[in-house]
Write a protein that binds this ligand. Structure first.
Ligand SMILES: [Zn+2]
Ligand SMILES: [Zn+2]
Ligand SMILES: [Zn+2]
Length: 341
């Protein structure tokens, strides 16, 4: 019974020729049956017979929300810089004028690099796809749209390395991911400033943590004499109890902490927690760049796909140093990342 049904279905599907049009070159194609996805033999475009879709109607609100989030992050960064300067500088300058100037320079360099790379990554269009002629037969050459598909949101050709981001409502070349912190996609045009921002932010959080600890120790109120005597004389206690007593003494003396000390304690907790998150993100990003991938291409790659060339040359190439560094690398392939048609 099952075989009969299968056979009937097979026969029916062959007898129905299906006429359709290639979106890439406009040629009319006759398919043996209704095929939802097919590739044009002339231009190489892939037709995915999806109906046209509209971008999310809340897109405008998403843009406003993203801009608000960027503003909040910028205010947070300014608070960290101003709060840190207010809490740390009087102590440093009271010790040594030279040390004060040195830390002023470091703070200025880190602040400028973090805020400028953040602003670039957030404001730059993430990577507009290359414009290419399409739609009519004489204009499109043979293989001119090889493996291109049609974006049913933008109504435009989409190259194999392009993805449509529904949060941004646009197609993005070499899309890595949509980052809510910069309110923008990370793509071919702003991937570099995004990595620079992560570098600068990780360095800044490390610097803030070190400065908060070194200055915070000087500002921390001295421990209660009674408590110290109790801890030092109670040598028969277990290490756990001594540690607990020290922690308790520290926390009880925090009540006497000045406003500067409180700001430093907050900066220490915030910089360590943000720093850990950013370091993990930076490590993940660098490992994808090392493998010559983006986050999205890593997600969509299959286990049976051949692995691309891995190596530090991918990282140098990413930062635009492919020519100057190539002579020092033992196995450098001069295959530049070319946008395949
Ligand atoms: Zn075609
Ligand atoms: Zn699109
Ligand atoms: Zn996006």
């Amino acid at each position: 019974m099952n075989d009969t049904v299968k056979e009937e279905h097979h026969v029916t599907s062959i007898s129905e020729d299906h006429e359709t049009t290639c979106w890439g070159c406009g040629l009319r194609l006759l398919l043996p049956s209704y095929t939802p996805i097919f590739k044009c033999g002339w231009c190489g475009a892939i037709t995915n017979q999806n109906p046209l879709k509209h971008n999310n109607k809340y897109l405008r609100w998403r843009h406003i929300r993203d801009r608000c989030f960027i503003a909040i992050l910028l205010i947070f960064m300014l608070f960290v810089i101003c709060g840190g300067v207010w809490a740390v500088y009087p102590v440093i300058f009271s010790e040594s004028y030279f040390r004060g100037i040195l830390h002023c320079t470091i703070t200025m360099l880190l602040s400028i690099s973090t805020i400028s790379s953040f602003s670039l990554a957030a404001s730059r269009p993430p990577g507009p796809p290359p414009s290419i002629p399409w739609g009519s037969y004489p204009v499109v050459e043979k293989g001119g749209l090889e493996n291109y598909s049609f974006c049913s949101y933008c109504s435009k050709p989409k190259s194999p390395r392009t993805h449509h981001c529904r949060s941004c409502g646009t197609c993005v070349l070499d899309m890595d991911h949509h980052c809510p912190f910069i309110g923008n996609c990370v793509g071919a045009a702003n991937h570099q400033p995004f990595i620079c921002f992560l570098f600068a932010a990780v360095l800044s959080t490390m610097y803030i943590s070190i400065m908060s600890i070194s200055v915070g120790c000087q500002l921390w109120p001295p421990l209660d004499h009674e408590t110290i005597r109790h801890i030092t004389t109670g040598s028969s206690h277990s290490p756990f109890i001594i540690m607990r007593e020290i922690m308790f003494a520290f926390l009880s003396s925090a009540v006497l902490l000045s406003a500067r000390g409180l700001v430093l304690a907050y900066l220490l907790v915030a910089s360590i927690s943000v720093g850990i998150g950013l370091t993990i993100l930076l490590w993940q990003q660098l490992s994808y760049i090392y493998q010559g991938k983006t986050y999205l291409s890593h997600l969509s790659s299959r286990a049976d796909e051949p692995v691309g060339e891995r190596g530090c040359q991918n990282i140098f190439r990413f930062f635009g140093y492919q020519y100057s560094f190539s002579r020092y690398l033992p196995r450098f392939s001069r295959t530049k990342k070319i946008h395949k048609k």
